[in-house]
Write a protein that binds this ligand. Structure first.
Ligand SMILES: [Zn+2]
Length: 557
């Protein structure tokens, strides 16, 4: 109790009378562990202007009165006094001879007795061994420290175990490893300003927790954060996942770098309704944490079952499935790629809210908000480009709003009911016509100039664009008649699916426009690749129609 893992840099070895067994502190640092050995040692939460000493495992300012900076000399002397007082109390309470020897040594100018090497690290923690026995491992020292940190205040109902127990004034442990938090750690429950207090309860008693529960949940949180298969860090947020029992299901990798085969299996098992009742009922939890200086901030909390998570996750991956930009099979995207597609510079602009919202949609099936759709649509317009992550995210949001359609829209859908979708297709076809007729000699295409208008107000621009394509088609008819026939056919197909050019498109329709554009491009590129491959195979044979010859560059436009 009151113990936690920390690095110990030095050991000082004494005999039973408090004399040094060797003059130099033993340096426990190694190449792998440059801060020393990780061990369970007494811990206390340090904050404020008068941080308390740590029993028998503190750094040199407290243990030896050795200042880290020359100007701190008197502060260090004061700290050593507090350390010695604490030690004296421990000797008195336990009568332990090991602790008594340490006290004997420290009370008699330890710095003069020791030979302190030039590379001594004053911020490293120091422990003591007396005749080989480590002071902090003594059972009565542990009891003394546990009791000292046991609150003696009012009995309150612990919010974790529900028992009537003394509630802690302040929680002793800290959470380590939340991105952007204090290097020394962050606290989950703090109330150091009036605004955080309620019902006249101060400090941690605003949410009363007993010592045992605090100790356990703090250790649990730190273990989860340190474990790669239970945690995921994205920008300033750390996401933690765990199940009530260990059933060998680790979810972090699904969001980090999803494996296409595993994803396919998961989607299939969701569709066939395969269940494993013993595993599916296991409670599953997810927690999103950010740090605000010394405070941990809970961004999200998901409390469900493993069966629910698997079902949601399978649907989530099915909903984001979309062909690659050259018509490749769909490959699952990690959560960062999806979230990053909503902003220009993810390192600067990606918010915890966006990632958290997407994660919630994957774990609990909550549809992502329209805001994400609007953001992606805007990115496509600003950059005149529909990337695969953007297309996947738009499909995910749209599919989650009408869940029956998850199997559609993976690739080109010629019978799509929305005009907006076919407007996007038409823009792609017109772009291909322009590119092919120009033989790759273009600096800007009509997409660079018109994507924004075409995707928001189609009626205002498509008449002009279609007329503008006529000279390109005429040129193609002369130079590449076979290709001209195919492209004219594609244009006719698209126009045939379009009843009218809508004057204005909503954000959702603009997303459909983007998907139509993306699908059509992927389809045409795949076709061009196939044509090129066919030609390569029949390399030596004379070109049968002698017309539709593609250069490499063209084929991959
Ligand atoms: Zn409790």
């Amino acid at each position: 109790m009151g113990y936690g893992m920390a690095s110990v840099r030095y050991e000082i070895h004494l005999d039973g009378d408090g004399h040094l067994e060797m003059p130099e502190p033993i340096d426990l640092a190694t190449k792998e562990n440059k801060f020393g050995q990780r061990r369970p040692v007494p811990q206390v939460r340090r904050s404020g202007t008068k941080p308390p000493p740590i029993l028998l495992a503190d750094h040199a300012e407290y243990t030896l009165g050795l200042a880290r900076k020359p100007e701190d000399t008197s502060k260090a002397a004061g700290r050593q006094q507090e350390y010695l007082q604490l030690l004296a109390q421990c000797v008195e309470a336990t009568g332990n001879p090991v602790v008594a020897s340490v006290y004997e040594f420290l009370a008699h100018d330890p710095v003069a007795q020791l030979h302190i090497p030039a590379d001594f690290e004053p911020s490293g923690n120091i422990e003591f061994r007396v005749n080989g026995r480590l002071a902090t491992e003594e059972a009565d020292v542990r009891r003394f420290w546990g009791k000292r940190n046991q609150p003696d205040g009012d009995l309150m109902q612990c919010i974790v175990c529900n028992e009537q127990k003394p509630a802690l004034d302040t929680l002793s442990g800290v959470i380590k490893g939340i991105p952007g938090g204090n290097a020394t750690g962050t606290a989950l429950i703090t109330a150091n300003e009036d605004a955080f207090l309620s019902y006249g309860l101060t400090q941690s008693k605003i949410s009363p927790i007993c010592l045992e529960c605090a100790d356990q949940f703090m250790k649990g949180l730190n273990a989860l954060i340190a474990n790669r298969s239970h945690s995921l860090r994205i920008q300033d947020t750390v996401y933690l996942f765990w199940t009530k029992e260990d059933v060998g299901f680790s979810i972090a990798g699904w969001f980090d770098a999803p494996d296409p085969n595993q994803v396919r299996e998961l989607i299939n098992s969701v569709r066939t309704g395969k269940h494993d009742p013993s595993v599916d009922a296991v409670p599953f939890y997810a927690l999103a944490l950010t740090a605000n200086n010394a405070r941990a901030v809970v961004r999200d909390w998901v409390d469900t079952t493993l069966g629910q998570v698997k079902a949601s996750l399978g649907i989530w991956f099915a909903q984001q499935a979309i062909v690659g930009p050259y018509g490749e099979d769909p490959a699952p995207l990690g959560i960062y790629a999806l979230a990053a597609s909503t902003v220009r510079d993810p390192k600067k602009e990606l918010t915890s809210l966006t990632v958290t919202t997407l994660l919630r949609s994957a774990l609990a099936g909550t549809p992502p908000p329209d805001r994400l759709l609007q953001q992606v649509v805007r990115r496509c317009q600003v950059e005149q480009e529909v990337t695969r992550p953007r297309a996947a995210l738009m499909k995910l949001v749209l599919s989650s709003q009408s869940p029956t359609q998850e199997d559609t829209m993976i690739e080109l859908q010629p019978d799509h009911p929305e005009s907006a979708y076919h407007c996007g297709r038409l823009l792609a076809v017109l772009e291909i016509i322009q590119r092919r007729s120009a033989d790759g000699q273009l600096n800007t295409t009509l997409v660079d100039r018109f994507y924004g208008t075409a995707s928001s107000a189609p009626a205002s621009v498509f008449g002009t664009l279609i007329r503008g394509a006529q000279p390109h088609i005429s040129k193609l008819r002369k130079n590449k008649p076979g290709l001209a026939v195919r492209l004219e056919q594609e244009m006719e197909d698209v126009l045939g699916a379009l009843s009218t050019f809508p004057p204005i498109l909503t954000a959702k329709q603009q997303a459909l426009f983007a998907l139509g554009y993306y699908h059509q491009r992927a389809f045409s590129r795949a076709q061009a690749q196939t044509a090129q491959l066919r030609r390569a195979n029949a390399n030596a044979a004379p070109d049968t129609d002698g017309t539709d010859t593609l250069s490499d560059e063209e084929a991959f436009q």
